[in-house]
Design a protein around this ligand. Structure first.
Ligand SMILES: [Zn+2]
Length: 457
């Protein structure tokens, strides 16, 4: 078993900043001997003779020095990988979420398992370069264009799992049950690709997927529009013990339709069918009543905010502070990938609250980092990631605190959350594998460009 030690120049640990920290990695996890972090010792350990040399020695062993500001691995808890092909192309003219959706459906109609693998692999590689070590892929593009299954009914899901593995990140495949175009409406057009016919058939297909050390098989209720109320319990039963995600109250129209059909809000309907709880994440959670807040918080359901997508689509600003006050823990996702930059997602939560309230200081930088790392990782089935501690998965994200964006900001939590961008990430470690990200970006850009042209041709 190989043991490798790293000297981290500066590390964010909870609410503290530690200097010159040695971590040792064995078999993809942080192990002893003694990281100063685990002893609560935030000072330079006596046995390290580092100076500023590239490869200092600790107790006779050479360690690899990682300069910069290091944080735990970031989780992107809500992704639809194929939406990456829409970036920049949906920004002309007017419209709403619903007109954007028509453009998104056009791309969904073109993909097959091979082209989806290629697009997803590059999208996940972009995520890795942005500091993301795990992705929650909310997957609904299951079948052939006419709705019939591929020879392997999970061909598309397996393409996504392979894409994440080849990109170097972990994946939680949140396989989404999608049965209806709207309340009481059968799927039409490209939606036939999403549909398994019944929740029972969806559960049977998903039961055939297997997770492993870097893959979690989770579940999703696409939305209360897409899963009839009388089939929701089947999805909840099949998801027991795994992450269950659901698009919730992103749009006012969704709430109105749900109230008209069921006399309940989407959160009330989910609660009635047992879908809320501490393994559930409500994605968006934008337009909520006081009773919804109490249900989500009281059940320990997490709220997954995707602020860069929510502003792109004109969804509105969700009540992040009220949700947290009621007991719902925050996580973050890049959703439509209009931007893949977890630092932008973090600061947008606080900055949106400022716009909504004309007050500053709702979320601390440390709390937003916690949402992006430890809380996010747990919400997609990796509770052993997101902390730099012995026994945890060896994930690290290092940013350059002297870039034109970050220089002079103090190399603190606030640097990461309020100044840094994805471009400032220099190193990412996933399960002990260290990636140097700067040299990869240029070639990645060319590959994305070519692949997206091909998909849209
Ligand atoms: Zn989504």
């Amino acid at each position: 078993m190989t043991r490798t030690s790293y000297l981290l120049e500066r590390v964010l640990v909870g609410e503290h900043v530690a200097q010159d920290v040695v971590v040792t990695v064995e078999d993809g996890r942080f192990v002893d001997p003694v990281s100063p972090l685990t002893r609560g010792n935030r000072h330079f350990p006596a046995e390290v003779s580092a100076g500023r040399s590239q490869n200092p020695r600790v107790g006779g062993e050479t360690v690899t020095r990682i300069p910069g500001l290091t944080l735990p691995g970031i989780a992107n808890c809500h992704s639809h990988a194929f939406h990456r092909a829409l970036r920049g192309r949906t920004q002309r003219g007017e419209g709403s979420f619903w007109t954007w959706r028509d453009q998104m459906y056009a791309v969904a109609g073109r993909l097959d398992p091979d082209s989806y693998y290629e697009l997803a692999r590059l999208t996940y590689r972009e995520m890795l370069c942005a500091g993301i070590t795990s992705v929650g892929e909310f997957h609904y593009l299951h079948h052939q264009p006419d709705g019939t299954a591929y020879d392997d009914p999970n061909a598309m899901g397996r393409a996504l799992i392979a894409a994440a593995g080849d990109a170097g990140i972990r994946i939680a495949l949140l396989d989404a049950c999608y049965l209806a175009a709207g309340i009481g409406k059968p799927p039409e057009g490209v939606q036939r690709r999403y549909c398994d016919g019944t929740a029972e058939a969806w559960a049977e297909r998903v039961a055939d997927l297997r997770g492993d050390d870097t893959t979690v098989i989770g579940a999703a209720v696409h939305s209360v529009r897409a899963v009839p109320a009388d089939q929701m319990a089947t999805v909840v039963r099949a998801a027991r013990g795994r992450p269950l995600h659901v698009h919730l109250s992103e749009q006012v129209a969704e709430n109105e339709q749900c109230l008209a059909a069921h006399g309940r809000t989407p959160a009330e309907l989910l609660d009635e069918h047992g879908a809320l709880g501490d393994l559930t994440s409500a994605v968006h959670a934008t337009h909520l009543t006081d009773h919804d807040l109490a249900l989500l918080g009281g059940s320990r359901t997490r709220s997954c905010f995707c602020p860069t997508t929510e502003r792109d689509l004109g969804d509105g600003i969700g009540p992040s502070v009220a949700l947290a006050d009621h007991g719902s823990r925050l996580t973050l996702g890049s959703d439509s990938h209009a931007i893949i930059d977890p630092f932008e997602e973090m600061r947008a939560v606080e900055l949106n609250e400022r716009l909504a309230t004309q007050q500053r200081g709702h979320w601390t930088a440390a709390a937003l980092l916690q949402a992006a790392t430890e809380e996010g990782q747990a919400s997609i089935g990796f509770p052993d990631a997101g902390r730099i501690e012995v026994g945890q998965r060896a994930d690290l994200v290092t940013i350059d605190p002297t870039s034109v964006r970050t220089a002079g900001t103090g190399a603190t939590h606030e640097t990461a959350v309020f100044a840094a961008s994805a471009e400032d990430v220099t190193h990412v470690m996933v399960d002990g594998v260290l990636h140097e990200t700067r040299s990869r970006r240029e070639d990645l850009g060319h590959q994305l460009d070519r692949t997206i042209e091909r998909v849209l041709r």
